[in-house]
Design a protein around this ligand. Structure first.
Ligand code: FAD
Length: 318
């Protein structure tokens, strides 16, 4: 079922989570091992992230550096199909990004998803590859997520890039997009970011999943600003429990987010990563309880390869 239909049919807060595809060289069992402990909580959908190529420099014995472009994680088509057919009661939501894709590459990816019966997507611009400062789109690709949403909506109307095609089948993709309670790092201010968030919704996106946040106040304020700006679609909070002592400094660097002082103090009191893991579960459980009370449509957890903390939180909430 389309994610938006699940949300509209539900009378309680739904549960969903995001998975990171395993590194190249591992098998699908690793994904199943992340999903299995969470299945008893009836997830409505599982997102699968997509990662663009990275630039790495390999040092040769001569001292010369060789620049190489590598993909550390396989694509999402095969993983999404494996999840869909192993867990038929759960929808799979592959992430589709602009980075590294021409419009034609995108169309082929969409055709593959359509053949496989995968009709939910989270549509993103993507970050610049590691080691590169600015996002650069492919010469015939999309510069922003809104362009990608429009391309998908064209296919939903039966319009493919090849204008000579006749009797094309319209697809039925339900598209979600990203939103940033702390504003996106490149946006000069909130109003600017909201303008372009609205552009994605106007293009056809049906819901928003937020970047992780650790202070519910920032989510409540974000929802209010969206509503004041005429954005009426469901806004799904994205949550990530702190899992190690280092997370309080690495997460802000990677995701450009703030961590509230109270949580920082809790983690700084910990002597081991095990203590930090426990404190992270407690914090996110409390966040989740308050969000359920607020009436959020879905609680969406970023697993980043760890399920045990999400399992403990889900068992307290669902
Ligand atoms: P956009 O909506 O395109 O916005 C990017 C920036 O450009 C913003 O600052 C916006 O204000 C501005 N902007 C937008 N449109 C215009 C315009 N027309 N003119 C001028 N400025 C404009 N990244 C991955 O690589 N893979 C993933 O799987 C992935 N999953 C994610 C899941 C979630 C829930 C979230 C919140 C993020 C995820 N990301 C992922 C990260 C995301 O790709 C980055 O944050 C990226 O930098 C922005 O993506 P976006 O879709 O929000 O971009």
């Amino acid at each position: 079922m389309r994610v938006i239909d699940q949300i509209q049919k539900a009378d309680t807060t739904l549960f969903s989570f995001e998975l990171l595809p395993p590194l190249k060289g591992h098998n699908i069992e690793r994904i199943y091992r992340s999903i299995d402990p969470l299945i008893e909580f009836n997830p409505s959908f599982i997102n699968v992230t997509y990662h663009q190529e990275e630039v790495v420099y390999k040092k040769h014995p001569s001292g010369l550096l060789e620049k190489k472009t590598i993909r550390k994680r396989p694509g999402t088509v095969a993983i999404s199909a494996a999840i869909k057919y192993k867990y038929p009661s759960v929808e799979v939501v592959p992430h589709l990004i602009c980075g590294g894709f021409s419009k034609e590459d995108t169309e082929y990816a969409l055709i593959d998803f359509h053949y496989l019966g995968i009709n939910n997507l989270l549509v993103l611009r993507g970050d610049p590859p590691k080691g590169i400062r600015n996002f650069i789109h492919e010469p015939d690709g999309h510069a922003y997520a809104s362009g990608l949403v429009k391309q998908i909506m064209d296919m939903n109307n039966g319009n493919y890039l090849d204008e000579d095609l006749r009797n094309t089948m319209a697809t039925d993709f339900c598209v979600g997009v990203a939103g940033y309670p702390g504003k996106h790092i490149e946006a000069p201010n909130f109003a600017y970011d909201l303008k372009y968030l609205k552009e994605k919704i106007d293009a056809g996106a049906e819901y928003i999943i937020t970047q992780m946040f650790f202070d519910n106040k920032s989510y409540f304020e974000f929802v209010k600003m969206c509503r004041d700006d005429g954005i009426t679609v469901p806004i799904i909070p994205g949550l990530k429990p702190i899992a190690t002592m280092n997370d309080i400094t690495t997460l802000p660097q990677v995701f450009n987010i703030d961590i509230p002082e109270e949580l920082v103090k809790e983690i700084q009191k910990c002597n081991t990563n095990k203590d930090a893991f426990k404190a992270g579960i407690e914090w996110t459980t409390n966040q989740s309880k308050e969000l359920v009370e607020f009436g959020v449509p879905v609680l969406h957890y970023f697993t980043i390869g760890i399920s045990e903390n999400i399992r403990q939180i889900a068992s307290a909430i669902f």
